[in-house]
Design a protein around this ligand. Structure first.
Ligand code: T4K
Length: 368
């Protein structure tokens, strides 16, 4: 009998019965979308849970990124990381903005502020860093650069749900932060996303932009898009929130099991956790270097042959995809740390229903 497949992630799904009362409310009200009561309630509850002032829900994280750039009227060039999911850079192209890739720090795998500064040109208008794997960027240094050069900062915080530093939510940094609530994320609404913003006026502009630009029945103030989250997705989010603490706790335990089980394996390094006071354990990346007895790809394949489906997030680099590789900033000589990270990384399975035995199976496969 072949082994049970283990995937890089699996969404947390509460008991189906728990969802029925939410669905009954929707059936009763017949409000399915257009920022109805569930949408409003989830925005309020998320502000409370995350410790942020204003949030606007979206149908997914990518539409939220595209709209975040629209809302600040970003044009020209934006400095971003090649070490992310393609949606980060795609959101720039969808706005007719030129992405300029800067290298990452080899310890944190987040944008290196020095490299950001070196990439600034007269056309630069903003920085789009990613809190990769939920590890916070060097937010102080990035803000210092933004202030010096009069740039906007939009954080792709797709991985950073619930992450806090000493001052509070990491989502408070920069001009805007964008979350993803995709099925593969720590907090999911099947598909979903959000923009966290600092004031009511910005939220209002974002709310208009995600609803075709409508202000009322007859007034359209901007060429908006349809980016709204539906009532069913919002309802699922409300239910998820009831369980989020147990979800993160289980992830924390799995993280600890991996760190203990993989300690001392030659050539395999677990990414160290940054200086956040609260983390979400959204991914478990390991870096496989040349001192390991197997290459990264051979280890990846060995895991796969044993029905353990890790993922090489983020290989290939965004800058290596056809629509980006012609850019000067996309050349691998400009991105040495990102190039190495993409060659070394495997994200191991981590999700609440992964059992201790499953984790042991992954560890044993790597150790042997
Ligand atoms: N910025 C960053 C930094 C991001 O990481 C992402 C998304 C975004 C922006 C954009 O946000 P969204 O527009 O997606 O809200 C996945 C996700 O589709 C994507 O959301 C995520 N990042 C990215 C890192 O990973 P794939 O192509 O690896 O997904 P897939 O379908 O191969 O799923 C991985 C595993 O998860 C499967 O092997 C099994 C499991 N799975 C997946 C789905 C969809 C399930 O068990 N159930 C499911 O419904 O991209």
């Amino acid at each position: 009998m072949s082994a049970k497949p283990i995937f890089v992630t699996q969404p947390f799904l509460p008991e189906l019965e728990e969802f029925l009362p939410y669905l009954e409310r929707i059936w009763k009200s017949k409000v399915l979308t257009n920022c109805g009561p569930m949408h409003k309630e989830l925005e309020e509850k998320l502000c409370e849970y995350l410790g942020v002032e204003y949030i606007s829900l979206f149908a997914n994280g990518t539409l939220a990124l595209v709209t975040a750039l629209q809302s600040l009227r970003i044009t020209g060039e934006v400095i971003t990381t090649p070490y992310s999911f393609v949606a980060t850079a795609h959101s720039l192209l969808w706005n007719g903005i030129k992405p300029v890739f800067a290298d990452i720090n080899s310890e944190t795998l987040n944008l290196d502020p020095e490299r950001i500064e070196a990439a600034i040109t007269p056309h630069t208008t903003a920085i789009m860093p990613v809190h990769c794997y939920g590890n916070s960027c060097n937010v102080e240094e990035i803000q210092r650069i933004a202030d010096n050069y009069n740039l906007r900062v939009i954080y792709d915080a797709a991985h950073a749900f619930g992450v806090r530093d000493l001052g509070g939510s990491v989502l408070r940094h920069g001009d805007l932060s964008v979350l993803s609530f995709h099925a593969t994320k720590v907090f999911n609404t099947f598909e979903g996303g959000a923009i966290v913003c600092p004031d009511a006026k910005t939220k209002q502009r974002i709310d208009h932009l995600k609803n075709f630009g409508f202000v009322n029945e007859t007034t359209v103030v901007a060429p908006g898009i349809n980016g709204k989250m539906s009532e069913v997705n919002a309802a699922f989010g409300l239910l998820q929130l009831e369980h989020i603490d147990e979800v993160i706790l289980r992830r924390k335990n799995i993280d600890a099991l991996y760190r203990k089980g993989l300690a001392g394996v030659k050539g395999v390094q677990c990414l160290s956790i940054g200086n956040q006071v609260q983390i979400n354990y959204s991914y478990f990346p390991i870096l496989v270097d040349e001192t390991c007895s197997l290459s990264r790809d051979d280890l990846y394949k060995k895991l796969k042959d044993n029905e353990i489906h890790g993922r090489r997030y983020f290989y290939p680099l965004i800058s290596d995809f056809p629509m980006y590789r012609g850019l000067k900033s996309a050349q691998s000589g400009n991105l040495p740390n990102a190039t190495i990270a993409a060659q070394q990384v495997i994200c191991l399975p981590i999700y609440p229903s992964l059992t201790d035995e499953d984790v042991a199976r992954v560890i044993n496969c790597i150790r042997n």
